[in-house]
Design a protein. Structure first.
Length: 456
């Protein structure tokens, strides 16, 4: 069959409030042209993030009812722990309220002021948690990752030569771990190949440096390996995932992505002594080691979601539905990051609006226009987010000006995506008339969340 359908039926719905252009113009103006400051109910298609926004299955909702809320040793904890051990294969499992809590605990027992931690590309919270402890977070993406039009199948790979150079320059004793983010969110949701995972693991092992995966989108990465890497076509996603984690010494995970959960995360390691220290911090800030800041029902939902996410029909649909949007944009000549990643579509705003210089925030203009045109909420990933040094106050163009349209799991159908495509095309048709923006007010740190913008 040519047509790929959503492999689920809809049992429970949430109405979408449809708004008019005039209403949206008034609402975005009142929000200071910042999409973070809108009320969610005033958004028609919310593509702000794929994190915590998944639709849970009937089975997971049933699990929510079965959740065991005992303080210690709950049935839901054991179900969760056994599921994580079965798929991820690590000996120590530490539940946390979300991914960044796992990062904070891991780094607080391993990172010192002179530490250096390489990654293909650190996600914001990973970088911030390392820098908060005085460490240095270094991104080592492969060269193809920097070319937005390259068809390279694994643009999430780490640059191996750069890693070896970094270890030689820094000295292995200052590197408490090497990380790989699967898939590479900040690099366009691009996957990492098994060959690269294996090679990074080998290098880490040869220097006795622990190797960690940031596993948020591990199932999507596993399925990309199945589809794109020679030798994996006949393997199951779960076996590919097990192989990936088999090369690692531990992982951090946000259950808000590839566990379909609205909240939750965990930290894994094979090092019992390290886990002991991590659990002591967990007790101090998150909770007892058998719930880690979560309700029993949240653990239950994650345990169910972690199995569902490895279903082949789901993963096929997931990757194809993202590719569907990317391919159609590309066919129309609309600048989009290629090839399609797993969880999001990235518009290249600098090329979409070449007449707007980076310091007039083309990504912000484009994301506001997508809202005005059709009520779509996206997020600017560019000069607003990364172009400002909070210490010197200096502004410089970010490497890219992108607009990310992250696709919540199992939430929107193909007709919603056809609507998104139509909205993007309408904005594309009148792109030459779109103006740049200036910042009217902004805080020094993490300004993108609360800044207010004005049209030039
Ligand atoms: N690592 C990656 C690669 C992520 O994408 C995220 C979250 C985290 C860690 C942190 O997990 O939110 O559970 O604390 N990414 C979300 C996003 C917020 O929109 O991309 P968390």
């Amino acid at each position: 069959m040519q047509t790929i359908i959503e492999p689920f039926r809809i049992k429970s719905i949430e109405p979408i409030k449809l708004t008019t252009l005039a209403e949206r113009e008034q609402m975005i103006e009142a929000a200071g042209n910042n999409l973070f400051l809108l009320r969610a109910e005033d958004v028609i298609i919310d593509l702000l993030t794929d994190s915590g926004t998944s639709a849970m299955s009937a089975e997971a909702w049933a699990g929510i009812m079965r959740g065991d809320e005992s303080y210690a040793g709950a049935r839901s904890w054991y179900r969760f722990r056994d599921t994580v051990m079965d798929i991820f294969g690590f000996e120590q499992v530490i539940p946390t309220h979300q991914g960044r809590a796992a990062e904070r605990i891991l780094f607080s027992v391993t990172v010192k002021a002179d530490s250096v931690i390489p990654n293909n590309t650190h996600f914001d919270t990973t970088r911030a948690n390392i820098e908060f402890l005085g460490g240095k977070a270094v991104d080592l993406p492969c060269a193809e990752a920097l070319d937005m039009d390259s068809d390279h199948p694994f643009k999430g790979d780490m640059d191996i030569a750069a890693l070896e150079q970094l270890i030689a320059d820094t000295g292995p004793e200052r590197i408490p771990m090497i990380m790989l983010t699967v898939t590479n969110n900040s690099g366009g949701g691009q996957p990492v190949s098994m060959a690269n995972i294996k090679e990074v693991s080998r290098i880490a092992g040869s220097f006795d440096i622990p190797f960690y995966l940031d596993a948020c989108r591990f199932a999507e990465n596993s399925y990309f390996i199945k589809k794109r890497e020679p030798g994996y076509a006949d393997k199951n996603a779960i076996d590919i995932a097990r192989e990936m984690f088999g090369y690692a010494d531990g992982c951090t995970m946000s259950g808000k992505k590839d566990a379909f959960a609205n909240i939750g995360g965990f930290l894994c390691t094979n090092d019992a002594k390290l886990a002991h220290r991590e659990r002591n911090i967990l007790i101090l800030t998150e909770g007892f080691p058998t719930y880690g800041g979560l309700a029993g029902r949240d653990l239950e939902a994650m345990a169910i979601g972690l199995r569902e996410v490895l279903d082949h029909d789901y993963l096929e649909y997931r990757l194809m539905s993202t590719q569907y949007v990317v391919d159609r944009l590309r066919d129309k000549g609309i600048p989009v990051v290629y090839p399609a990643g797993g969880h999001a579509v990235y518009l290249n705003a600098r090329r979409f609006l070449p007449h707007i210089p980076p310091l007039q925030y083309p990504g912000q203009s484009l994301s506001v226009e997508l809202y005005r045109e059709g009520g779509i909420r996206s997020v600017e990933i560019g000069t607003v987010m990364f172009g400002h040094d909070p210490h010197s106050g200096e502004e410089t163009p970010a490497r890219w000006d992108l607009v990310r349209l992250a696709i919540p799991r199992r939430v929107y159908t193909q007709s919603h995506m056809d609507y998104v495509l139509e909205v993007i095309e309408q904005v594309w048709q009148r792109r030459e008339k779109i103006r740049g923006m200036k910042i009217a007010e902004a805080p020094d740190f993490l300004r993108h969340f609360t800044a207010r913008f004005e049209w030039l």
